[in-house]
Design a protein around this ligand. Structure first.
Ligand code: TRP
Length: 438
């Protein structure tokens, strides 16, 4: 596509909020709290912060710089570094095809809970209610279809009229609601216990594994490893704006939302004396249980699920956009056709993923149901692999100095050391850990 016809963002704030929308998602509000709980609270937090501002930041900056330079999809971006590297772009699209169906399935569950929270009472058995719902053959599918088609509509309207407008509305609302809800939770009895747990470092719990988990969390949370910032960066028209101006706020917001999520969830959990490391079921079982038993709790529960829905939606549209940009740039399709085509693929794949909780639960690959297999494949293999290939391509194959992300010489040098040495070494370790080889 030539630069004159290529779509572009309407404003700097628009790109920033769209990119922050991609980063802020279930990773912050759902995965971060239980990961922190399982890894020793405050000490995990310290490592998570360190990793976010070194490796996370480096990869986000590298991706965005590539996109802003090449102004095309990830295939062309890596092809610009070396023609033989085009395949990495294909890998990015493949990863989006794996993540989007199962991420949207969880999005559909959240949509369902926005409605369901009103019909729940303290007499409800929340555990059974959730597993029955997830296993039923029809209900979760309907919510999943509605959620996915909803995200598709935003992408259908394009960069400026769809993604940018949606993010500009959604992100501020999300932030305000999150502050309101955190404020309410901090007023609960014994809320302080939760805050202390969250911030007090317990360095005796600091093991090699904590380090790996923190790294994995950063990867998922800032959305690196599948060309999202290459894709979003490719629509930046304004050549005067620098990578760090656009992307620094993204990392800061991502970390801030994780901190707010911790300040909302730990006090609630401690105040009600429920197990702090309930894991993935925390948001669908433990939290609704808490919400229905506080004054106006259903209203706050509703707010909570609306926040989750908004956060998940801005992340889903970024996953969508990677594939759509690829189909437009490489296959010369119109945006509209690309959106319809990719939605059809995801609806089809997602149907099987949803049924893996019920009718297809007997069908396992490597001992895992389809949903778990998709999550494992994406988070433990494809994303770190995408990140590693990005480091090698930018740090080693591209002549250094051609991808300037900082004006300040010392910062630029730090970026180069990180992308060449620190990030790849850590990623290899996570990859080995994910594959249970170490
Ligand atoms: N970062 C998002 C979250 O925190 C999830 C996400 C969106 C993602 N796009 C991604 C993760 C791409 C990895 C890669 O929920």
């Amino acid at each position: 596509m030539t630069e004159t016809t290529r779509a572009s963002w309407g404003s700097k704030l628009g790109v920033m909020l769209a990119a922050a929308g991609s980063a802020v998602g279930l990773g912050n509000l759902w995965r971060f709290p239980f990961c922190t709980a399982q890894n020793g609270g405050g000490s995990f937090l310290v490592i998570y912060l360190l990793c976010s501002f070194t490796i996370g930041l480096t990869l986000v900056f590298a991706e965005a710089a590539l996109g802003m330079k090449v102004k095309s999809d990830p295939t062309d971006a890596f092809g610009w570094i070396h023609p033989k590297l085009k395949f990495i772009g294909g890998l990015c699209v493949f990863t989006s095809m794996i993540i989007l169906p199962y991420y949207s399935l969880v999005g559909g569950w959240i949509l369902a809970y926005v409605v369901k929270i009103f019909s729940m009472s303290s007499a409800t058995d929340f555990g059974t209610a959730f597993s029955d719902f997830a296993a039923s053959p029809v209900e979760p599918l309907i919510f999943f279809y509605v959620y996915l088609v909803g995200s598709a509509v935003v992408v259908y309207f394009g960069i400026q009229n769809g993604i940018e407008k949606f993010s500009k509305i959604m992100m501020p609302i999300l932030f305000i609601l999150l502050l309101v809800l955190t404020g309410r939770v901090l007023m609960l009895d014994r809320a302080w216990e939760g805050v202390k747990f969250f911030f007090r470092p317990d360095f005796s719990k600091l093991t090699g594994e904590t380090l790996m988990n923190a790294m994995g969390q950063v990867f998922f949370s800032v959305s690196v490893g599948m060309g999202i910032y290459i894709t979003y960066g490719s629509y930046v028209k304004d050549d005067t704006v620098t990578v760090s101006q656009l992307m620094r706020p993204v990392i800061v917001l991502d970390v801030l939302v994780s901190l707010l999520a911790g300040l909302m969830i730990f006090p609630a959990v401690f105040s009600f004396n429920v197990p702090v490391n309930a894991g993935p079921s925390l948001i669908f079982i433990t939290l609704p249980q808490i919400f229905v038993s506080i004054p106006f709790g259903r209203f706050f529960g509703f707010l909570f699920f609306v926040i989750l829905l908004g956060a998940a939606a801005t992340s889903s549209i970024s996953l969508f956009e990677v594939a759509v940009t690829f189909m437009c740039d490489q296959m010369k399709m119109t945006r509209q056709k690309a959106v319809v085509g990719f939605s059809a693929v995801c609806l089809f794949v997602g149907t099987f993923v949803s049924l893996s909780f019920g009718k297809l639960s007997g069908f396992k690959i490597g001992g895992k149901i389809l949903f778990d297999q998709f999550d494992f494949l994406a988070s433990n293999i494809l994303l770190p692999l995408g990140g590693l290939l990005t480091c090698i391509a930018v740090g080693w194959i591209l002549k250094s100095g051609r991808l300037i992300v900082f004006k300040n010489g010392i910062m630029q040098k730090g970026f180069e050391i990180c992308i060449k040495w620190i990030a790849p070494v850590f990623i290899v370790l996570i990859l080995l850990k994910g594959l249970e080889l170490i």
